[in-house]
Design a protein around this ligand. Structure first.
Ligand code: NAP
Length: 260
């Protein structure tokens, strides 16, 4: 058995690609992995956000709409030109909610494309080089909506379940490669995504913003939103050497909201 480094989980020498790294959870992950020594490539659509994160971590900025497959393929080539990607963090995502009758094809396709298909296509593209090198990490930011159902979120829940299913299936395929693949499943996290949900609840129910926020907080037994840095800490843990046996798992970060 080879010894592993547990005293320090430095990621020095590793190159990490973080999708949706310009703000929210992705920003926190970029800052954390860079702090732990990784070189970072940040991807996303909003140039100002992506470049600001990349500058903060001394990393690379790749502007890309992940619902555009040709643009995604070009972004993958740009990432490969920077170096072998050792760590892929599939973080970019959107959440839209609607009752069944108002969940149109376009909404379904948009959510599936970004939250499920893009992580699959990036994983398929980048894992072979990790496997050839004998080391890699794929971490997908799914959701506790990938483990249970919520009202008015058929497309989002389906996409996040797909991301979790992909993670579990590929864990079997990748078992002997030195590449681990895992999903992180947060509950409500204090980012723009939660702010938008709060605004939607307020608009639909007539409640004020504070009451709408309390409704989201109340879904957790801890009665609070998760901070992005808590999710980033779990990602960093999964990227470390001592997490090499954590494979095909879902790490739930939701204050005990979904118990499995
Ligand atoms: P956020 O602040 O809205 O950030 C979403 C990120 O995804 C942004 O960087 C955004 O950048 C990027 N993105 C959106 N559409 C994109 C597209 N078409 N192509 C490329 N990038 C795109 O939300 P967040 O809370 O940080 O969410 C990050 C991940 O956590 C998502 O997968 C989300 O489903 C998951 N999650 C969030 C919560 C929560 O409560 N916040 C809970 C569970 C899971 P651009 O707009 O610049 O492209």
């Amino acid at each position: 058995m080879e010894p592993i480094e547990t005293a320090s989980e430095r990621l020095t020498g590793k190159l990490a690609l973080i999708t949706g790294g310009g703000r929210g959870i992705g920003l926190a992950i970029a800052l954390r992995l860079a702090r732990d020594g990784a070189r970072v490539i940040v991807s996303g659509r909003t140039r100002a956000d992506v470049e600001s994160t990349a500058a903060a971590v001394g990393g690379h900025a790749l502007i890309c709409d992940l619902t555009d497959r040709a643009a995604t393929d070009a972004m993958i080539e740009s990432a490969r030109a920077i170096g072998r990607v050792d760590i892929l963090v599939n973080n970019a995502g959107i959440a839209e909610s609607a009752p069944l009758a108002e969940t149109g094809d376009a909404m379904w396709d948009r959510i599936m494309e970004l939250n499920a298909t893009a992580p699959f296509r990036l994983t398929r593209a980048l894992v072979p080089a990790m496997a050839a090198h004998g080391w890699g990490r794929v971490v997908t930011i799914a959701s506790n909506a990938g483990l249970t159902g919520y009202g008015y979120t058929a497309a989002y829940c389906a996409a996040k379940h797909a991301a979790v299913g992909m993670t579990r299936a590929l864990a079997l395929d990748l078992g002997r490669t030195g590449v681990t693949i895992n999903a992180v499943c947060p509950g409500w996290v204090a980012t723009r995504m939660a702010d938008e949900a709060i605004a939607r609840i307020a608009a639909k129910t007539g409640r004020d913003t504070r009451a709408a926020r309390a409704a989201l907080e109340g879904m957790s037994p801890q009665r609070r939103l998760v901070e992005p840095e808590e999710v980033a800490a779990a990602v960093a843990m999964l990227c470390g050497e001592s997490a090499r046996s954590i494979h095909g798992q879902t790490i739930v970060i939701d204050g005990g909201q979904v118990l499995k």
